[in-house]
Design a binder for this molecule. Structure first.
Ligand SMILES: [Zn+2]
Length: 443
């Protein structure tokens, strides 16, 4: 491949490649980036380095695609105060997308709590291409059955009839939604009625008419089974009301329905009155000191511990992990998603925690990494991201230690690239305070 004289050519050399497609790590690889896109990747001995290229020796490092988080919410919080009406704006959205990138999460799928501003952000991202934040894909305003579970206060997204549902999905997809989200839950029975099936059917059918996938928040096995019959394309949480029925897994497999978001870190976070990693620098560098203080406050811990459902969550987590493991074993396609973004579910850090919990649920580190990259990209047919292959954006994560040997090594972030440009990593920045207040990065 010949590059034009003024093209920016970067060559990353001699790393061990984890390609996002599930192949075993390949040693001593080299890749060429021209104007932010991968043009060549292969054994260092075979890749011809173009003259005039900027060369980076990555001997001893591990290079993988940037992580994709398939389930987040953007712009909802300031610290741990959640309020869509107060905080949802472009500045907050882009600040969070920068934080994701600092953690090596170079793309996120945002799940149904977006106002119209997201479409301006995404339109600009796709026009510019070589951006300096994580990329976003959106389900816009997800479909909430009026008075039932889901969505966020202050965002117009409730429907009462199939006709209203059809109209809403058409209106929102016309704004640029990448896919369609619906919620079917009742908060452990606290809410009188879950979304009725004629509403979910209208949402799914309308999404499909418009060429979009439809995904669902579910909790109950019986709802998941019916949604599969209605043609849903993916689930954004595990079934959590009991052990996975093998017939549901078979139906999902037969119907090409993906368990696209794992969200084990979400359930895990609910089991703690104080998150166990608040003083871990990999976490604390990503949040403001006031947030740490708020998390540690005795009043908050007391309030969480006396919450109506607090005691249920250890079992919910156990079921979610068992069911995730069973789905994976049954051959259902699965991705990696955290549901971070709402209060106390933290952008970036949770993706690394999620990978760890997926591995604890019975898959290998390499399988977890593939879920979080190539598989997540394939679900939305996001052709420019997710694997290390010619033609893709150079959205890359470079690690000091081997994540296939220990999944916790995804935290050993050496460099993050978005479209071939280095982003400040979480070890180089310190969100919310002067960088020198954070201390040196442990090696
Ligand atoms: Zn969510």
């Amino acid at each position: 491949m010949s590059a034009t004289a003024d093209a920016e050519t970067i060559v990353l050399e001699h790393f061990t490649l984890i390609d996002g497609m599930g192949r075993p790590p390949q040693r001593d690889q080299t890749l060429v980036l021209v104007d932010g896109r991968i043009t060549e990747v292969g054994p260092a001995a075979e890749v011809k380095v173009p003259s005039g290229a900027t060369r980076q020796d990555l001997r001893g490092k591990y290079l993988m695609p940037g992580i994709i988080d398939s389930h987040v919410h953007l712009g909802l919080v300031d610290g741990i105060d959640q309020n869509y009406t107060k905080y949802y704006d472009r500045e907050n959205i882009e600040q969070q997308l920068k934080l994701y990138a600092a953690y090596g999460v170079t793309s996120v799928y945002t799940l149904g709590t977006d106002g119209d501003e997201i479409h301006n952000v995404i339109a600009d991202q796709r026009r510019i291409g070589r951006i300096d934040t994580a990329r976003a894909f959106t389900a816009g305003r997800g479909v909430v059955y009026k008075g039932s579970y889901g969505g966020v206060p202050g965002l117009e997204q409730q429907v009462s009839t199939p006709a209203e549902t059809q109209a809403m999905v058409r209106r929102e997809v016309a704004k640029g939604d990448d896919f369609v989200k619906l919620w079917m839950d009742d908060e452990f029975g606290d809410i009188a009625e879950r979304m009725p099936y004629p509403i979910s059917k209208a949402a799914i059918d309308t999404a499909h008419e418009l060429g979009k996938k439809a995904v669902a928040h579910i909790f109950y096995q019986e709802n998941a089974a019916t949604l599969v019959d209605q043609g849903v394309d993916g689930f954004m949480h595990q079934v959590r009301d009991g052990a996975l029925n093998p017939s549901l897994a078979s139906k999902m497999k037969a119907g090409d329905v993906w368990q696209i978001a794992s969200t084990l870190s979400r359930e895990a976070s609910f089991t703690y009155k104080l998150l166990p990693f608040v003083d871990d620098p990999f976490f604390s560098r990503g949040v403001a000191p006031a947030t740490i203080a708020a998390l540690k406050s005795p009043e908050r811990q007391q309030r969480l511990a006396s919450g109506p459902h607090f005691a249920k969550y250890p079992e919910v987590l156990t079921k979610a992990m068992a069911n995730f493991g069973a789905m994976a074993k049954a051959g259902v396609q699965y991705g990696m998603g955290t549901d971070s973004g709402p209060t106390a579910r933290f952008p970036g850090y949770f993706a690394h925690w999620e990978l760890e919990l997926m591995v604890k649920s019975g898959i290998t580190p390499l399988q977890a990494l593939t879920a979080a990259t190539g598989t997540n990209a394939r679900f939305l047919n996001a052709r420019d991201i997710g694997t290390v292959e010619p033609g893709k954006w150079g959205d890359l994560l470079v690690l000091d230690r081997d994540p296939t040997a220990d999944i916790r090594n995804t935290r050993s972030i050496h460099a993050v690239y978005v479209a071939g440009r280095k982003m400040p990593t979480i070890w180089q920045t310190c969100t919310g305070r002067p960088a020198d207040a954070c201390g040196a990065a442990p090696k």
